[in-house]
Ligand binder design. Structure first.
Ligand code: ADP
Length: 494
């Protein structure tokens, strides 16, 4: 037994549950981590990067205003334009400073520095210019063009960064959702596999145990219970096994006792039967009619007792596998007709019609003729017992092709239109001493041993026997015998 077998059912359930929980926790942790990361990226785009672009655009606007005021001042010498120019210049400086704190790449920092330098050069040009005589106009125009294009370049760079970050966030979201999908798929598959294997490792031995219990209930031999199972089930199997052992022991003691008592009864009973026969033949002296009647009753009862004892002894022998079967090649057709002849008188007395449908090409069977005839007579007399007066019994025989290496079988079916067998009794009727409660209350003759003996005989011949019935609609008893098997020497056990 592997180490996994030692794991109890309780532990198995806990393992499966913990795996499921671990999968859920892992997937949730991964999802939260990725969601955080994507949110962080998006927040940065929305707060820092967008603010940065807006500020850069404002810077451009401030500079254009500053430029307009400066040029007007230089042409018109109006102090209002000058003070507006100074105000714009201050705004420009503080805006550049703010942008300096927002930008990230060295390229952007370089551009910010350049803009600062260009701005101070532009301002110097304004301060040094003599109103009315504008000599530095061309230089200022060059500086302002350079400053405007540098600011535009700064805006372009930041917009590129925003685009890159947005596509990063999108890629990350796609990757995360894919990973989540795989994680969920893998985790669920693992959890399902684990749940399936564990559930199977629990249900399989339990089913097997239940199957063996059903076999025991049907009176069939229980197979080995040494199978891989969780400790709780193994314990249950062991308890069940020791229960079977005890039952078998009890059964053996009971069988021994019955066989012993029957054996002890047979000798005096034989003496009684022979004595009665002698008296009835009037060998010791003549009898009057009353004496004859009493002796007749004695003969009948001792005869029944003798056949019951013989059945018990036969069954004991069969159970101990000590019964000898003398196999000879037999014709099924003759066997059936000879058995029917033996019950024909009773059938006529009860006005029961016997129908036969026997296949024309029935093969020879190698069987113990006396025992197989015993099976047939038992089935016929049971049918006669249970059909109503004027009923019907149908005997059919044919060959079945099971389509496997066991070859073909002769199948004999005995059907009657009697009261049938209740569904719950169908599996029990082949157990020894079983009689349906109705059978017992109606005081029909029988010992409950007939079908048990039939089953032993048929199994010993490697055949099968079973009953099919619908309560209230009659019953059919079926048995099979291997067709044309090789002949064994007389006296061989089958
Ligand atoms: P018995 O010798 O008491 O008839 P059997 O072993 O032959 O014992 O039969 C066992 C039980 O099977 C009977 O008590 C009866 O309930 C049932 N049985 C057998 N044959 C038939 C049948 N043809 N129709 C209905 N019940 C049957």
């Amino acid at each position: 037994m592997g180490s996994i077998v030692k794991i109890t059912i309780f532990q198995r359930i806990i393992i499966v549950q913990c795996t499921l929980i671990a999968v859920i926790v892992l997937a949730s942790y991964y999802a939260i981590f990725n969601l955080d990361e994507i949110t962080r990226l998006n927040t940065r785009i929305l707060t820092v990067d967008s603010t940065c672009v807006a500020e850069e655009k404002r810077l451009l606007k401030i500079f254009l205003g500053e430029m307009r005021n400066a040029e007007k001042f230089l042409v018109l010498h109006d102090q209002d334009f000058y003070s507006n120019f100074l105000q714009s210049s201050t705004d420009f400086i503080s805006s550049v400073e703010r942008i300096g704190t927002l930008v990230e790449t060295p390229e952007e920092h370089k551009l910010v520095d350049k803009i600062e330098t260009l701005h101070s050069r532009y301002n110097e040009g304004i301060h040094s210019a003599t109103p009315g005589i504008d000599e530095g106009k061309e230089t200022r125009s060059e500086i302002s063009d350079d400053l405007i294009s540098s600011t535009n370049e700064l805006i372009r760079l930041r917009e590129q960064i925003i685009q890159a970050k947005t596509s990063d966030a999108r890629d990350q979201a796609i990757y995360a959702s894919k990973m989540m999908g795989w994680l969920a798929f893998g985790g669920i598959s693992l959890a399902l596999l684990l749940a399936y294997t564990q559930a199977r490792s629990i249900s399989r031995p339990l089913n097997r145990l239940a199957r063996e219990m059903r076999r025991l209930a049907k009176g069939e031999p229980v197979r080995s219970l040494a199978f891989r199972a969780p400790p709780e089930v193994s314990e249950l199997a062991e308890t069940f096994y020791s229960m079977i052992e005890e039952l078998n022991e009890l059964e053996r003691l009971k069988a021994d006792f019955t066989a012993h008592v029957s054996h002890e009864l047979r000798t005096p009973l034989t003496a009684i039967r022979e004595g009665t026969a002698l008296l009835l033949e009037e060998i010791p002296g003549p009898l009057n009619p009353e004496q004859m009647e009493i002796l007749e009753v004695m003969r009948n009862h001792s005869g029944r007792l003798h056949s019951t004892i013989s059945s018990i002894l036969d069954l004991s022998k069969m159970e101990a596998e000590m019964m000898e079967y003398e196999q000879t090649a037999c014709d099924v057709y003759t066997l059936i007709h000879r058995s029917l002849e033996n019950v024909r008188l009773i059938a006529e007395k009860r006005r029961v019609t016997l129908h036969t449908h026997l296949s024309e090409s029935l093969p020879i069977v190698f069987v113990d003729e006396r025992r197989i005839q015993q099976v047939m007579e038992n089935l016929f007399s049971n049918a006669l017992k249970f059909v109503p007066e004027g009923g019907e019994i149908r005997v059919t025989a044919g060959v079945t092709e099971p389509g496997n290496k066991n070859g073909s079988f002769v199948e004999i079916r005995v059907s009657d239109n009697g009261r049938g067998i209740p569904e719950q009794d169908i599996d029990k009727i082949f157990t020894k001493f079983f009689q349906s409660p109705k059978h017992r209350t109606q005081r029909l003759r029988g010992t409950g041993l007939g079908l048990a003996i039939c089953r032993h005989i048929i199994h010993a011949h490697k055949g099968r026997i079973w009953a099919e019935s619908r309560f209230g609609e009659g019953s059919t008893f079926v048995f099979t015998l291997p067709a044309g098997c090789s002949r064994k020497t007389s006296g061989d056990r089958v």
